[in-house]
Ligand binder design. Structure first.
Ligand code: PLP
Length: 497
């Protein structure tokens, strides 16, 4: 019977392990330092096993005969990427847990072209002097949010044929003269709300309807952000009903801002009342107060063209006369994570001067990606933006891809059938913002639905699916067509297990 110290003596040293031919191969690939670390970690684990009496001489010799495999596993664990690409088969286009909007090809190209080298991020090329980073996108926002550039069928000054995806026209009459709209970009929409509230209302009151004191996933709560901004929340109305007179009665000499918040992830139905944006604008102007709207998703694309009618766009809001709007870059806009503040020049100028703006600013990668995404809008090349492309995908096309995929799975352990279902826009757009789709329903003969979903997540390219009523559901709307092949291979493999 060997003692613990006998067993310890059987363990090789790190140098000895590094000379093992299999491990030497790893050293050639990954470098000596990390492989030596992996060896130390494997040997440390074995020492723990010995001291806890969990191995005897026999099992130790088995483990040692495979020690190179253990080193390799450890190396993979340490050196493998934690942030990985996955196949989103949930049908939720803007899935917050899966990274929201995938970037346009052109945006990726621009990141590569500008981020790996020096750029004129804050450098004015004509004068050779220091420039401002926000000029790179402000010009495009101006174009997209101005009366002429706003892609509005109804309001185009020149008689051009309206594009089918032209931004919606709310029918609100033009306000003359057209106010100049400026845009600044910060880290995300939560930061945009924080900066706007701090600039416009620090130490003063902001009036909000009780029905709009929302919490967005990931612990963004309007009352908390309000407190951090130094503004004082003045709640009015009730959860289901807030009248214009509730706002009006709350206005006093401490009031600095009226705030409207998009309800994003829930709806209030039944006995409800909410002032219209036009009424709020009129009230704000009567009292010479700014009205801000936190749109959340903030579409720059006419969602009515894909059958979604109740999601307000950025242009709708500005055209109605809202003074400042905030919205995300990686929700309906389909770009990088960012938060936009678009509004009246004078108000946005104040935010630009706030030192918080410096703390919340975005980097060159974001500007590169955002500029490319906005240029796709200027060109009306909506297909170039993956989130918009997915929204526009007709159900028939999804059905065809589903049929092609299912026909090749064969008759192994998996049973697949097609059903009608709904894709979700997600990303804080109205919960009713859904698109008709075709789903692949998978059932396994020996795995339960949640086990099958876990098996899909364990693939080299993890597949994320929905589980409903004992079935695994795949929605190809959010799967890139070039991923169909990988998905098919994976399903064939699982079916054969
Ligand atoms: C999503 C959302 C936010 C937060 O935006 P982020 O870009 O995630 O910071 C704030 N307000 C509303 C209404 C939202 O929908």
């Amino acid at each position: 019977m060997k003692t613990q110290s006998d067993l310890y003596r059987e363990l090789p040293g790190v140098d000895e392990l590094l000379r093992d031919p299999d491990i030497a191969g790893l050293v050639a690939r990954e470098g000596q330092a990390v492989v030596a670390d992996a060896c130390r970690s494997v040997l440390g684990h074995l020492r723990d096993e010995i001291s806890a009496d969990r191995v005897d001489a026999e099992s130790l010799s088995v483990v040692l005969s495979r020690v190179h495999a253990a080193v390799k596993d450890e190396l993979n664990r340490v050196m493998g990427y934690s942030l990985r690409s996955v196949i989103n088969a949930t049908g939720v286009i803007l899935h917050t847990n899966l990274g929201r909007a995938p970037l346009a090809e052109k945006a990726l190209e621009r990141i590569r072209e500008t981020a790996g080298t020096y750029s004129n991020l804050e450098f004015d090329l004509p004068s050779g002097e220091r420039g401002k980073r926000d000029v790179h996108v402000d010009r495009l926002f101006r174009q997209l949010l101005s009366a002429e550039g706003g892609h509005s069928a109804g309001r185009a000054r020149t008689p051009v044929a309206p594009h089918p995806n032209d931004l919606r026209d709310t029918g609100v009459p033009a306000r003359t003269p057209e106010p100049s709209i400026s845009t600044i970009v910060v880290n995300n929409n939560a930061a945009a709300v924080l900066l706007a509230l701090n600039t416009l209302a620090e130490g003063h009151e902001v009036i909000v309807s009780r029905g709009e004191l929302v919490e967005i996933g990931g612990s963004f709560r309007i009352p908390d952000v309000m407190a951090k901004s130094g503004a004082i929340l003045r709640e009015v109305g009730t959860t289901n009903r807030t009248r214009l007179s509730d706002f009006e009665h709350a206005i006093n000499e401490r009031t600095r801002l009226l705030l409207r918040v998009h309800r994003s992830n829930f709806e209030i139905s039944g006995f409800t009342e909410q002032s219209s944006i036009t009424e709020l604008v009129a009230l704000a102007e009567k009292h010479k107060l700014p009205l801000m709207e936190d749109l959340g998703s903030g579409a720059l694309f006419d969602l009515r063209s894909v059958g979604i009618n109740d999601e307000p766009g950025v242009l709708d809001s500005l055209r109605s006369g809202v003074h400042v709007v905030t919205y995300s870059g990686d929700k309906l806009l389909g770009g990088p994570q960012a938060g936009m503040i678009s509004g009246r020049e004078g108000l946005v100028q104040k935010m630009r001067k706030n030192s918080l703006f410096r703390a919340l600013r975005v980097d060159k990668l974001t500007y590169a990606a955002l500029e490319a995404t906005l240029l796709a809008y200027v060109k009306r090349d909506y297909d170039a933006v993956p989130a918009l492309r997915m929204m526009q995908l007709p159900k028939s096309e999804i059905t065809n891809r589903c049929e092609a995929l299912v026909s090749q799975i064969g008759s192994g352990d998996l049973r697949a059938e097609l059903l009608d279902g709904e894709s979700l826009i997600g990303g804080g757009s109205a919960p009713s913002a859904v698109l008709p789709t075709t789903l692949i329903a998978l059932t396994s003969r020996h795995l339960g639905a949640s086990e099958l979903a876990a098996r899909l997540r364990a693939l080299d390219t993890p597949v994320i699916a929905r589980v409903e009523e004992g079935r695994v559901l795949l929605d190809l709307r959010t799967v890139f067509p070039e991923q169909d092949k990988v998905l098919r291979h994976s399903l064939v493999q699982i079916a054969a297990e």
